[in-house]
Ligand binder design. Structure first.
Ligand SMILES: NC(=O)c1ccc[n+]([C@@H]2O[C@H](COP(=O)([O-])OP(=O)(O)OC[C@H]3O[C@@H](n4cnc5c(N)ncnc54)[C@H](OP(=O)(O)O)[C@@H]3O)[C@@H](O)[C@H]2O)c1
Length: 242
């Protein structure tokens, strides 16, 4: 899909853009000609990714840290000059190796909640002004702004050993539905998207014995998400009651 078929370039921010699905999303947006900023913690990987993907802008930050929130939001606004689509993709597994809840340290549970739930909450709040400004700018074209929360089937199915991660993703899914109700009047839609089991470093860490050949390519999951965004941004499109 290119912008020749879908209108003006989007201004997109992706958390966790140096690996797996996030990296594939940054590549997909850059290939469409969109303006894309991404966030990750390791400065060397952020710089290398930004150098490699022309038109992308790398931001070093940790979404799990409250004190990083406004610096990340400010850099997104400056780099993109506004914001149409915000994707919360960065994630923590909690305890590694995965552990039963009875064996999960409180700190590991907190890390999963901080990255997968509180980070998206704080960064969405910090960027609401830009998202609603974009919605006002684009209302005449019938386009709304969008927040995409990347969830997982572990947030629905109670897999043993996936407690901290699963609880955080379940909460992220429900937070998506509540944000969506609350922001609809401002032209901002919020959706939760499960990309499916993918061949990524996170998957290899969680399930080292899995055969990568049986897993989805991050590139394919990214393409599906880009297509979903295009549909969701249309006022009156799927998931829309506006
Ligand atoms: N892989 C799967 O099979 C699968 C299945 C269902 C759902 N998902 C979801 O898909 C999303 C992407 O997963 P993935 O497998 O692509 O992960 P991944 O390969 O481990 O990549 C994670 C990315 O997030 C960044 N990151 C991690 N913690 C961060 C933090 N606190 N602040 C900022 N950036 C952070 C990492 O860079 P740094 O380490 O440099 O920060 C990296 O760029 C996640 O939300 C995951 O839950 C994955």
């Amino acid at each position: 899909m290119t912008n020749s078929s879908s209108g003006a370039p989007w201004r997109v921010a992706v958390t966790g853009g140096t690996s797996g699905l996030g990296l594939a999303l940054v590549e997909a947006f850059a290939a469409r000609g969109d303006k894309v900023a991404f966030v990750a913690r390791h400065a060397d990987k952020v710089a290398a990714t930004a150098r490699r993907i022309e038109g992308s802008h790398g931001i070093v930050g940790d979404v799990s840290k409250k004190e990083d929130t406004h610096a990340i939001a400010l850099q997104i606004g400056v780099a993109l000059g506004g914001l149409d689509v915000l994707i919360h993709n960065a994630s923590s597994l909690g305890p590694v190796p995965l552990a039963l809840l009875a064996d999960t340290e409180c700190e590991d549970f907190e890390a999963a909640l901080a990255t997968n739930l509180l980070g998206p909450f704080r960064l969405t709040r910090a960027l609401l002004g830009l998202l609603s400004a974009s919605a006002r700018e684009n209302a005449a074209q019938g386009t709304r702004s969008l927040v995409v929360n990347v969830t997982s089937d572990a947030g629905i199915t109670p897999y043993a050993g996936w407690g901290a991660y699963g609880v955080s993703k379940a909460a992220l899914g429900h937070m998506s539905r509540i944000w969506d109700e609350e922001l609809r009047a401002h032209g901002v839609a919020v959706v939760a998207v499960d990309p499916g089991d993918m061949d990524t470093p996170m998957h290899a860490t969680a399930l080292p014995e899995a055969d990568p050949a049986t897993l989805k390519r991050p590139r394919d999951a990214a393409r599906e998400i880009v297509e979903r965004i295009a549909r969701e941004r249309i006022v009156g499109g799927i998931g829309s009651s506006a």
